[in-house]
Design a protein around this ligand. Structure first.
Ligand SMILES: [Zn+2]
Length: 163
């Protein structure tokens, strides 16, 4: 068993904090291996404080919050779309890799531990004990990510006028 006392450094990327409007995106980001905390409070001030205390980047659709962040020393990412696939695309723009990477529990952000079983890969949340495995739901999420990735690649191609 690997022993990690410090809860930092072995995640896929930055540490994030989602506001209440983006909890769904937060669950998706956890599926991608990102450390995404739920908000402790509802107000902008509480979010900004939590971001600074826990060294997290706030993800929000609230422009007011986004504009207030620099003045308080908290980092903040503004999401423009209300559609989950476009929101994921915006996160890819910010450097998050769009592939399933089971490290974090989608419900509680607890760390996942791989279970030693034969056959299907399984993981269990070390905090709430929820089980994860590569089943039908997994494949559905994987194909959704593939769709977002191929759309991004298509959009990155030069326009037709160059042919
Ligand atoms: Zn959990």
């Amino acid at each position: 068993m690997p022993s990690v006392s410090e809860d930092k450094g072995e995640d896929a990327g930055q540490r994030f904090l989602v506001d209440l409007m983006l909890m769904r995106l937060g669950r998706w980001l956890r599926l991608l291996g990102q450390d995404v905390a739920p908000p402790k409070g509802k107000s902008d001030a509480e979010l900004l404080l939590q971001a600074k205390e826990e060294c997290r980047t706030i993800i929000t659709r609230d422009k007011g919050l986004f504009l207030a962040a620099p003045g308080t020393g908290a980092s903040c990412l503004l999401i423009r779309s209300s559609k989950i696939s476009d929101q994921l695309s915006e996160m890819a723009e910010a450097g998050v890799a769009l592939r399933l990477d089971p490290r974090r529990c989608t419900l509680c952000n607890g760390r996942l531990e791989e279970m030693k079983t034969s056959g299907t890969k399984r993981w269990q949340c070390s905090t709430c004990k929820k089980l994860y495995w590569e089943g039908a739901h997994w494949k559905k999420m994987d194909s959704m990510l593939q769709a977002v990735r191929s759309l991004r690649e298509k959009n990155a191609l030069p326009s037709d006028s160059e042919r």
